[in-house]
Design a protein around this ligand. Structure first.
Ligand SMILES: [Zn+2]
Ligand SMILES: [Zn+2]
Ligand SMILES: [Zn+2]
Ligand SMILES: [Zn+2]
Length: 391
């Protein structure tokens, strides 16, 4: 602070110097009076006591250090200043906490995030969601009207807001503008299990554990990338609407779990191949994926390739994948060309028919290959920053 004030004043003095010398009447003028002489750069250093500038002049002198002050004294002063600063910060923190609790809803303990903030005729604040369910003020029992608190509307923009997943263990706090962004990618937020038939909701942080422990996916996290999986399909295993589902395969990249998802939709007659990341839509921007669906690993014939985005873990099922814009879909007729009819199963099929048992029908095979990488866009931005910093 001090430094800034001194700097700006001496700058002013500098520009004054420039102004004075450019008018051609600087210290070099023979008629130059005492005042003009003072503005001369050299003159400043040689001022005699009788020429001491008055306080209205813009001359700045170095603050005089008390020669009596020892290093120990200076240290003591510094500690004192530090204590004062800490005290001021703690007073301010206390005030903000008090302000925050003054606008906290007494029912759900949330600090409202949008104005207008409802209150009772006695000024007790309540959040909009809880007010909709109540007739009387939970604090003083008067009948609730359409009263709103202007002061609460101001306070909610000044205090810090806690993450809505605090009861799950999140300790994040921030001002009102950033809290929603945090919550949409908070690792304590609730996400749905990526298995199509599992209805569990788990905190994002514990998802991998759930999927493995509950056998909601196949764990291939120790396999190197590109990950290759041979998949099997039999028409007879489709459900009544012609939908086919596969268990997600867990793969790992950059210490993060990703899920390869394959689904066949009877309604759209499309096959969907997509990779979900255990992360939010924002986290997904940092990674890209290549998905290849191919007949064989030795030839590129009959294959379809996708290079694009990974999908966030917050979406579930092909309906939501369609809207997210990530993933590959292949028409059923194209898939028919990619299929490799399982020759070995032909004899099984005949046996099944002969024995009169449940016939699964022909079995088809195809390969899915997945490679995950850091998004080139992000890498480009980072490199640009480094280059700028080096300049
Ligand atoms: Zn409430
Ligand atoms: Zn009240
Ligand atoms: Zn959080
Ligand atoms: Zn599950």
């Amino acid at each position: 602070m001090m430094r800034h004030v001194v700097g700006s004043t001496s700058q002013e003095s500098d520009s004054s110097k420039k102004r004075k010398s450019s008018d051609g009447k600087g210290g070099s003028s023979p008629e130059g009076n005492a005042k003009q002489a003072r503005w001369d750069t050299e003159g400043l250093a040689t001022l005699r006591p009788c020429e001491e500038p008055s306080s209205s002049n813009h001359v700045v002198r170095e603050p005089q250090r008390d020669p009596e002050l020892s290093v120990e004294d200076l240290k003591q002063n510094l500690r004192h200043k530090d204590d004062e600063l800490k005290k001021a910060i703690s007073t301010q923190d206390k005030l903000l906490r008090e302000l925050s609790s003054s606008v906290e809803c007494p029912v759900c303990y949330n600090v409202p995030r949008v104005a207008p903030v409802p209150c009772c005729s006695n000024g007790h604040v309540i959040c909009q969601r809880c007010k909709a369910k109540l007739e009387n003020c939970p604090t003083c029992r008067v009948r609730l009207t359409d009263c709103v608190s202007q002061i609460a509307a101001t306070i909610i923009h000044r205090v810090s807001h806690t993450c809505e997943f605090r009861y799950e263990g999140c300790t994040f706090k921030s001002d009102i503008d950033k809290i929603t962004d945090h919550e949409s990618s908070c690792i304590f937020r609730h996400v749905r299990c990526p298995h199509w038939a599992c209805d569990e909701t788990i905190t994002a942080k514990n998802l991998t554990h759930h999927v493995i422990a509950s056998e909601c996916g196949d764990n291939y996290r120790d396999k190197p990338l590109p990950y290759r999986e041979e998949m099997e399909y039999a028409r007879a295993l489709d459900d009544e609407e012609g939908n086919g589902f596969w268990r997600p395969s867990l793969i790992q990249f950059d210490g993060i779990t990703f899920y390869l998802q394959v689904e066949k939709s009877g309604k759209t007659k499309n096959w969907y191949f997509y990779v979900q990341m255990e992360g939010s839509a924002l986290d997904c921007k940092m990674y890209g994926v290549t998905i290849k669906v191919r007949k064989s690993l030795v030839s590129e014939g009959h294959s379809v390739v996708y290079n694009g985005d990974v999908c966030p873990i917050d979406i579930k099922g092909v309906g939501e994948v369609e809207n997210s814009g990530g993933g590959l879909n292949i028409r059923n007729s194209i898939m028919e060309n990619i299929f490799d009819v399982d020759a070995l199963d032909r004899s099984d099929l005949e046996q099944q028919e002969e024995s009169g048992g449940d016939v699964e029908g022909e079995r088809f095979r195809f390969w899915v290959e997945v490679d995950i990488f850091k998004s080139p866009k992000i890498t480009a931005v980072k490199t640009e920053k480094v280059v700028k910093n080096e300049k």
